[in-house]
Design a protein around this ligand. Sequence first.
Ligand SMILES: *Cc1c(COP(=O)(O)O)cnc(C)c1O
Length: 423
Amino acid sequence: MFKFDERIKKYSEQALKNISPRFASLDEVTEYNQQKMLKAFIDNNVSESIFAESTGYGYNDRGREIIDRVFAQAVGAEDALVRHNFTCGTHTLTVALFGVLRPGNVMLSVTGRPYDTILPVIGVGSTENENMGSLRNYGIKYDEVALGEDGRIDYEKIEERLRNGPVKMVYIQRSRGYSLRPTVSVAEIKKVVDIAHRYEGTMVMVDNCYGEWTEKLEPTDVGADIIAGSLIKNPGGGIAKTGGYIAGKSKYVEMCAYRMTTPGLGREVGATLGQSRELYMGIFNGPHVVGEALKTAVFTSEIMKLLGFGSTPEAFEDRHDIIEAVKLGREDLLIAFCQGLQKGAPVDSFVTPEPWDMPGYDNKVIMSAGAFTLGSSIELSADAPLREPFAVWLQGGLNFHSAKIAVMYAAQEVLKVLDKDVM
Ligand SMILES: *Cc1c(COP(=O)(O)O)cnc(C)c1O
């Protein structure tokens, strides 16, 4: 059906053979999480009638109330807010930060500098702007514990900082974002939670983006007080058109609800406008789709290894998010990879991505995305800033059988460039 270079076909077959035991271990996690989700649907009596839309104030929308309970149960939290009204992950995280923090409180990031779009929310560095209404504008202080030289959490430094004065929120970013540091595991999150909870009044928030359903436990299962993420990443299952979630301890979720709408109204309002059915379908499919994305990442790592390129994590390394960083080492190979990946997308396959000057970045960036939902990164996508170490960050894949073709195209385009080298 698809025509590939004989070498690519061979590499693909070899890669699949090499990683078959790895797929078995991924399937085990997927099955566990998918059944956890099914149980949450059954236990909460999800029925077709609750998908009905509400309008106006959206009072007494049972679909909206029950989805919160379903999601909370699935992630091992006391309570949750699952809403299409959250515009993106950054917005959802912002509601959680402003929901919990009060003037004079200290927010302490223990995974170094947070994700780019969170910086204006906090109001650090060049993003400081009194007109934006950042946490800093509201008198909330920010402090940071850098990661160790190995890119891992520095527990001693965290203890040292906590002993030094009151911290309201310890903030963890689980995924690596666009750096090459290792992703934080739920076991490591638990260690931080246990340390933080020894200090009166200190709570833990986790930016859970890209981490959902990659392990059998979520941060809330091991005591994190609040987690938040985007529904056009892992937990929306590629079906939710937009939205986000917050989950955690009842007390904190309630505080976030008052920030999400207004003090007083909280979670009692919010028309679902016919979005409920897709949110339910999306969160239901989340665990399975994450399994497909993980297989895509592992396959990418292995086939690129056969072509001579390193990636992180490697196929058999433990994984805690869906991101795969492939170290191509050269600008032309980076561009070839992204252009090849695009050829295998179900949407916009005919488009050739080119590097461009993206606002907020110092270098040109090239992106490959052929998605049903704009910006959805649970669908197969890749981004690469054109700078050292010339790595591409790949994520997503709604189903492995299709995503595999796109990855083979990416590998083939890389191979074409390498062929020219020797000519
Ligand atoms: C994607 C992401 C965000 C922000 O999400 P958007 O939906 O792009 O606003 C925040 N933190 C991490 C780690 C992310 O991966």
